[in-house]
Design a protein around this ligand. Structure first.
Ligand SMILES: C=CC1=C(C)c2cc3[nH]c(cc4nc(cc5[nH]c(cc1n2)c(C)c5CCC(=O)O)C(CCC(=O)O)=C4C)c(C)c3C=C
Ligand SMILES: [Fe+2]
Ligand SMILES: [Fe+2]
Length: 387
């Protein structure tokens, strides 16, 4: 059979307040998170944006105990998955690979190679695919595979997304039902799905299937729940000046308040662990927005974390993936390649002499902007609203 490994992919989060700056730097250094026409601008801009955002972000992490619970919860999910797989007769080693913080994906891959894993299932802990989440991790893995010959013999398979999995839907429906049933008129409670947003251009220009998967996922959850409640889908956590998927959560809540909604059951659906966006943004910020809009019964459905039906669903996914024909990283990254994903495609046409002159000019402007920003504390990026 060969030694089996499961690589759980996740975003990662700062363990303590001092980690917030470097964590944000890593996040904004990722071209799948900020898409710039010139790769050499990525690091200076990441540095600038992370320095400017650090304070506000630290304040938010302070409100949830001084760090993200993501590592602890992801590791607990890994242990629960290992035990569930064992109960189903499958011995597997579980690895956690975070994209922007410890334990980094690179560390997990080094351990996978060291441990002599022969068959590997790559399972992102994002139910729906987005270029900015699973896509970014797949691209990083594809690069690690190209660079390290030791990885070549590993027989691996990728699970691109899994929001249709019945056990996942059932666990979500169960948690939602528990909250609805605590409202005074359970059938009238308004179910408010709040998905993590992405810039609209990801969907409309780069072909990110994220919005379609989110919409289908909410319908499947509602079908599984099988209750008559009214519902809304909105997108939270917008960052930067560009338009993101709409409606925005912070605008949709007051609209419901104005329509007389009194019981709101908020369901975070793009992430399976508690994290800053559930514990701080929903539980603190959106609760206040709701209160001001006259919605006094504000409930938030807990994240799945180690919910047993959910863990069983993950175990089934792993076992099925081991039996099915393998899906390669080149297939899941190529899938999105028909569309223009920055950076490599555009970089090729950038290597012409006239473009080089323009690159140089824009570089000078970019650095001038950085210097102005540093000296005055206000700058061009501030004016366009990026910070
Ligand atoms: C499916 C979930 C997520 C999508 C899609 C996503 C896209 C996305 N995120 C940013 C910017 C930031 N994200 C931050 C934190 C963060 N993001 C997700 C999930 C998704 N992001 C999680 C789970 C977390 C929190 C981790 C934790 O610490 O608990 C942050 C940092 C926090 C902050 O300062 O607000 C930023 C910034 C962009 C730009 C983006 C799509 C392009
Ligand atoms: Fe995010
Ligand atoms: Fe946020």
């Amino acid at each position: 059979m060969g030694r089996v490994g499961v690589l759980l992919l996740n975003l990662g989060g700062p363990d303590k307040l001092d980690d917030v700056g470097p964590f944000l730097f890593n996040l904004f250094s990722d071209p799948e998170i900020i898409r710039l026409p010139f790769p050499w601008l990525q690091k200076p801009l990441a540095w600038l944006i992370s320095s400017r955002r650090k304070k506000e972000s630290q304040e938010n992490y302070k409100q949830i105990g001084g760090g993200s619970p993501l590592r602890r919860i992801t590791e607990a999910q890994g242990e629960a998955l290992k035990a569930q797989l064992e109960a189903l007769g499958e011995q597997a080693k579980i690895y956690v690979g975070m994209r922007y913080w410890y334990p980094y994906t690179e560390e997990a891959i080094a351990r996978i190679a060291q441990d002599g894993i022969e068959r590997l299932v790559i399972l992102p802990l994002y139910p729906q695919f987005s270029i900015s989440t699973s896509g970014s991790s797949f691209r990083l893995l594809a690069k690690l595979w190209r660079e390290n010959p030791k990885l070549q013999p590993i027989e691996y398979t990728v699970i691109p997304s899994w929001y249709k999995k019945p056990g996942y839907l059932q666990a979500m429906a169960e948690l939602i039902a528990q909250e609805i049933d605590q409202c005074s008129n359970p059938d009238e409670a308004h179910i408010f799905f709040s998905a993590h947003g992405v810039p609209k251009s990801y969907v409309e220009e780069a072909g990110d299937p994220y919005q379609q998967e989110i919409e289908e996922c909410t319908h499947l959850i509602l079908q599984t729940l099988n209750r008559p409640n009214p519902y809304t889908l909105a997108y939270q956590s917008r960052v930067g000046p560009v338009e993101w998927l709409q409606p925005y959560t912070e605008e949709a809540i007051p609209e419901l308040g104005a329509k007389g909604v009194k019981d709101l059951v908020v369901v975070p659906i793009s992430f399976v662990s508690e994290h800053i966006e559930t514990l701080q943004e929903i539980d603190i910020e959106y609760r206040e927005v709701a209160e001001e809009a006259g919605i006094h019964n504000f409930r938030r459905v807990p994240a799945l974390n180690t919910h047993p039906i959910f863990i069983r669903a993950l175990a089934d996914l792993v076992i099925e993936a081991l039996k099915a024909p393998s899906l390669k990283l080149s297939q899941v990254t190529q899938m999105k390649k028909k569309v223009r994903i920055y950076p490599p495609e555009r970089w090729e046409w950038g290597m012409t002499s006239s473009a080089e002159v323009w690159n140089g000019r824009i570089a000078m402007l970019g650095f001038l902007a950085l210097i102005i920003e540093l000296i005055t504390g206000r700058g061009l990026l501030h004016m366009v609203g990026l910070l």
